[in-house]
Design a protein around this ligand. Sequence first.
Ligand code: APR
Length: 172
Amino acid sequence: MGDERIFLVDDDITGLAVDAIVNAANNSLLGGGGVDGAIHDAAGPGLLAECRTLQGCATGEAKITGGHQLPARYVIHTVGPVWHGGGKQEPELLAACYRRCFALVAEYGLQTIAIPAISTGVYGFPKEAAAVIAIGEIRRALIDNPQLLKVVLTCFNQGTRQAYEKALKDKP
Ligand code: APR
């Protein structure tokens, strides 16, 4: 099942020296608060300059840029759904974010990736439901991408860590 390749850490994602870190961005790709703001602050102005050439990103989609001044080689920007109660395709769109990020991991032959809890901050997606979706898609990606050696999940708060630990206990 590959769970031994999933790692929960409490670190700031901007300091992780992995092949790619995932950014929980917004549709403009022009930066914001939360992890988006932290990544742009750490990457430097070159990241925003590169993002300006991408013409934004649809919800559920993902686009890749260089890592600029980050220790990570690449940043995969994905736009999660804003939570509106669950009746507007939010679960399907969140799952699509993970699938599109892993499609880029496969396309670029990346071996290590770090992912924040997409949509569970400003966008308000319930942490437990988001963690179940994340773990399900990550388990599928680890089966489909044998070159993917390590998926690091950053738990920036206790609620996120508990949600992932609970989701990992539920065997598929
Ligand atoms: N490192 C790792 N995780 C972080 C960091 C960081 N430096 N900063 C915040 N987080 C965590 C949050 O605690 C949360 O668990 O990232 C997760 C995602 O939260 P947000 O960053 O608020 O992202 P999201 O809920 O997807 O909302 C996206 O917020 O910042 C804006 O421009 C962004 O409009 C977009 C929206």
